[in-house]
Design a protein around this ligand. Structure first.
Ligand SMILES: [Zn+2]
Length: 153
């Protein structure tokens, strides 16, 4: 076990590890820390040396488990992230994120003329490229870049 704050044990919550370096703040936006959980203890480590992959970010959130929609969004910007669910100081579940081949109802289309803004249809995107992420709208074919996706978080 390492000795520093990075691995301080939390009682219940989630540790998101192996986040692509520099994406920790976007992960915080995705999981709604500032809005929904203003009093939650959150530990953020940015640019931590990693044996596997140069540098990585880590986010630890006490008292929160992630919804699948949040996990899907994290996968878009941090495809190597691992999610560790902690209950009573133990890791009860460890999973790797994966980018779903299709994303439905998770993001808005960046094309202001897209039908999804006018009709009650669920947005749907196909994965065009994984890293950095590019998504193609099922309805208008518009391709969204990582920057456009991150802006929505
Ligand atoms: Zn569209």
């Amino acid at each position: 076990m390492e000795r520093d704050i990075r691995v301080r044990k939390i009682k219940d919550g989630t540790v998101i590890d192996h986040i692509t370096a520099g994406q920790a703040l976007n992960v915080l936006k995705i999981i709604g820390i500032t809005r929904e959980f203003p009093k939650t203890t959150v530990t953020v480590a940015i640019n931590v040396p990693s044996r596997k992959a140069g540098l990585k970010d880590i986010v630890k959130v006490e008292g929160k488990e992630l919804r699948s929609e949040e996990v899907d969004k994290i996968a878009l910007i941090a495809p190597k992230a691992t999610i560790n669910i902690i209950r009573n100081y133990q890791v009860v579940e460890k999973k790797e994120v994966s980018i779903p081949p299709k994303l439905e109802g998770v993001l808005k289309c960046a094309n202001p003329n897209c039908i999804t803004h006018f009709e009650p249809v669920k947005t749907k995107f196909h994965v065009e490229k994984k890293e950095p992420i590019k998504l193609r709208c099922h309805y208008c074919e518009r391709v969204m870049s990582e920057a456009e996706i991150v802006r929505q978080f």
